[in-house]
Ligand binder design. Structure first.
Ligand SMILES: *Cc1c(COP(=O)(O)O)cnc(C)c1O
Length: 369
């Protein structure tokens, strides 16, 4: 009997780095800096350097970083922020938390990312920012989107939660927008051993305000310049992320190699496979295939004990929480079709060729290949 293929395998990722992690956590315990502290400061420096950015501000989650990004751009009640319906809901939470309204525009095939050609039509006098997502690790079309932003004098926010280390025309994502936000949730390409997030910017004033908002709106303890939050990263997460950042490029290379292997093994099946745009070097966070008979393919893989997942089964404009926004089925046909057809196959550095081959063989069997 074939071994099951887990959708994610965090124990396998931890095993080879366990000694480094134990030592880093042990040092963090010795210095008792549990909230922020030297490991977090060092990680902020290292991650900013990694992104080619001036500043990184560490948060207790990607969602918190996105929320603060909106506040930095003075988004508030009555404002609108343009984003994509095909993403994890935290993208639009950031907008909703401020009292502003998420305005969705449809995505493009095959990247699942915001369609630059549809943004201008969605802009109104209330629009305050544009926030696309580098979805599944594949960069969005930065230049055409920046063109629209510049033309309408709107700041760009990159939701880079799934795309650590991805490149657009050779340059690392995360420095194209006024602000960019990363998630260090355990399942992300760079994951903490708990929650974590990062806000990256080249603007010193924005970074300083982000630091204050993260810490109760204060720069001097017990003096509060504006209403803030407790959004601090834990010291231990900074220590863990510092260790893992050193491995990120090797992990991304392996993700990309395994994705290429899937591509070879599945090329002659009826699946629509992910394709990298000419401008893109994807971080391959997810390997998302498409097919009209997705639900039966998923049942087949489930029965064969192969982990797979749906990202995402319901586009945001059709979520119950956003019924008040007044969207209806048919508003974003590309996003709605993708939601019915997408299937995420396992892809992570520890997956290995044998398991990729087993997944591919099972899919080929489903299609009678
Ligand atoms: C994971 C994720 C987030 C939120 O990050 P958390 O760290 O889980 O709060 C935001 N946007 C996208 C696209 C994500 O995938």
């Amino acid at each position: 009997m074939n071994e099951p293929v887990p959708y994610l395998d965090l124990p396998a990722q931890m095993r080879p780095i366990r000694k480094e992690i134990d030592a880093a956590i042990s040092r963090a315990l010795d210095n008792c800096s549990f909230c922020l502290g030297p490991d977090v400061v060092q990680f902020e420096k290292d991650f900013a350097t990694y992104c080619g950015a001036e500043h990184c501000v560490a948060f207790n989650s990607g969602t918190s970083a996105l929320h603060v990004a909106m506040l930095l751009l003075n988004v508030g009640p009555g404002d609108e922020v343009i984003t994509t319906p095909t993403t994890f809901v935290a993208t639009s939470w950031a907008i909703s938390y401020t009292g502003a309204r998420p305005v969705f525009v449809d995505i493009e095939d095959p990247t699942f990312n915001m369609d630059p050609a549809l943004i201008a039509k969605a802009i109104t006098p209330k629009t305050k920012a544009v926030m696309p997502v580098h979805l599944y690790g594949h960069p969005f079309a930065v230049d055409p989107i920046l063109d629209v932003c510049k033309k309408h004098n709107l700041p760009l926010v990159e939701d880079a939660a799934q795309a650590h280390g991805a490149r657009y025309k050779g340059r690392m994502i995360g420095t194209f927008g006024a602000v960019s936000c990363f998630s260090f949730y355990p399942g992300k390409n760079l994951g903490a051993y708990g929650e974590g997030g990062g806000l990256v910017t080249n603007d010193a004033a924005l970074a300083a305000r982000a630091r204050a908002l993260r810490e109760h709106g204060s720069t001097v303890r017990y003096y509060h310049d504006e209403v803030g939050f407790n959004y601090r990263m834990e010291g231990i997460q900074g220590a863990v992320l510092g260790v893992k950042l050193k491995h990120l490029d090797a992990w991304t290379r392996e993700r990309r190699r395994l994705a290429a292997r899937y591509h070879e093994l599945l090329a002659d099946t009826p699946l629509q496979l992910p394709r990298e745009a000419a401008y893109a070097e994807s971080a391959c966070h997810l390997y998302v295939v498409r097919h009209a008979d997705r639900d039966n393919l998923k049942k087949h893989l489930d029965a064969n004990r192969i982990g797979c997942a749906l990202h995402y089964p319901v586009p945001l404009h059709l979520q119950k929480c956003y019924a008040n926004l007044g969207y209806k089925p048919g508003d974003f046909p590309v996003a709605e079709k993708a939601a019915c057809q997408c299937l995420s196959l396992p892809v992570y550095p520890e997956l290995g060729d044998a398991r990729v081959e087993r997944v591919a063989a099972s899919i080929r069997e489903f299609f009678g290949k």
